[in-house]
Design a protein around this ligand. Structure first.
Ligand code: TYD
Length: 143
């Protein structure tokens, strides 16, 4: 499903899982091990019934997150200010690192899509960059 990650401040996170077929899969992520930071916040997004929904459209200054599609599928578009990459997320065992200074957009959700995000910090609106031009300026200023 996912090729190589080409953008900066990202990467693939593979979760360990036990296949107990036909009795289910048990999937595990551990802070500072598979997940490369202490997890302070978890959130999920479901009920994605609007086929035209667009989520994300922002970057973070310092926050580290890992995003998983634990059911269904969607398209994640990453942009580090230079390189853009579209990724189809449909594998519940592989997450994508959303590091700082990475503009991300989520689209093309299946209606059964469930997105799970692990975050390194509490919600702080002042860590968000919600304007694309401001994002480009910020990336250049932090080089
Ligand atoms: P936002 O991060 O913009 O959502 P998305 O990137 O998925 O489109 O958040 C949407 C709203 O939810 C925004 O008003 C902030 C609020 N929010 C919290 O209060 N706490 C949180 O942990 C998150 C992620 C969002």
């Amino acid at each position: 499903m996912i090729k190589k990650i080409k953008v900066k401040n990202s990467g693939l996170i593979k979760l360990k899982f036990f296949n107990d077929f036909p009795d289910g899969n048990l999937v595990i992520g551990e802070a500072k091990k598979t997940v490369p930071f202490e997890i302070k916040r978890v959130y999920f997004i479901n009920n994605l019934f609007n086929k035209k929904a667009i989520r994300g459209l922002h970057a973070h200054k310092t926050l580290e997150q890992i995003i998983f599609c634990i059911n269904g599928r969607f398209q994640l578009t990453l942009d580090d200010g230079k390189v853009k990459q579209k990724i189809r997320l449909d594998d519940p065992y592989t997450g994508i690192r959303l590091g700082p200074k990475l503009w991300h957009t989520m689209t093309r959700f299946s209606s059964d899509c469930v997105i799970l995000v692990l975050a390194s910090d509490y919600y702080k609106e002042n860590d968000y960059i919600r304007d694309y031009h401001e994002f480009l300026k910020y990336v250049k200023s932090k080089k």
